[in-house]
Write a protein that binds this ligand. Structure first.
Ligand code: DX5
Ligand code: ZN
Length: 218
């Protein structure tokens, strides 16, 4: 399994130290939440900040685009140094073409799905992606409560894909809720407020890991 701290909950006034802290703590990739104030009711940052973060670490950068018309913006995030890019099924008119485009550019393409989006609506396109990002809160803010009702969808996606494509989960993950998602088949764990809200980030990251996870798969 991989642990991806979400910088949304870090202290941006000391971004370098915050990143170094989670790198020391064993983070496998950094999750970057890009919000446009349209697709979600919040605004965060764009490619300029991704570019700055790129200079601060060699870890893969996992850009989670919570924006309308992601196809208009992906080039900017690629230039900024993102390695993985996920965009929302609900925000994109032609998700298959965008997945193909990202793959051509050697970027890992992720399909992000909201808690309310059923398995049946995405089933036929899942295999076009390098990873699936299942939201376990409604996107927009850190620190929300984990929605347990999404676990069944993770199980369905996992059994449909037979473990071939990694499943990333995002929202409300802590040392307790991680149990449900790992059991359901997730292998990439995003966690923001739990990790950055903890005085000991290494302890928090370690507390999310389980022995039976296969790091190689993610
Ligand atoms: C929410 C974001 C998440 C957020 C998770 O829209 O996509 O990545 O940072 O934060 P926590 O772990 O606090 O729920
Ligand atoms: Zn996210």
């Amino acid at each position: 399994m991989w642990v991806a701290p979400s910088l949304l909950s870090c202290d941006f006034s000391c971004l370098r130290e915050e990143i170094e802290d989670v790198v020391r703590g064993g983070a496998d990739l950094l999750h970057l939440d890009v919000m446009d104030g349209h697709f979600v009711p919040n605004l965060t940052f764009g490619p300029m900040i991704v570019k700055a973060i790129r200079k601060l670490t060699r870890l893969p950068l996992d850009a989670h685009l919570m924006i309308e018309n992601p196809e208009k913006w992906v080039d900017r995030f690629i230039e900024a140094g993102a390695d993985w890019i996920s965009f929302h099924f609900e925000a994109c008119r032609d998700p298959i073409s965008l997945a193909k485009y990202l793959k051509e550019k050697k970027i890992k393409a992720g399909l992000a799905i909201n808690p309310g989006t059923p398995f049946e609506s995405v089933k036929d396109i899942l295999r076009e992606f390098d990873f699936i990002l299942v939201m376990t809160v409604n996107p927009g803010f850190g620190g929300q409560r984990f929605m347990k009702e999404v676990v069944e969808k993770i199980e369905r996606i996992h059994s449909y894909l037979g473990g071939e494509i990694p499943i990333e989960v995002d929202g409300g993950i802590n040392a307790e809720t991680v149990e449900y998602v790992l059991k359901a088949g997730a292998t990439i764990i995003v966690s923001g407020s739990y990790i950055f809200g903890s005085p000991d980030r290494k302890y928090a990251i370690d507390s999310l890991r389980r022995e039976n996870g296969d790091k190689g798969k993610a």
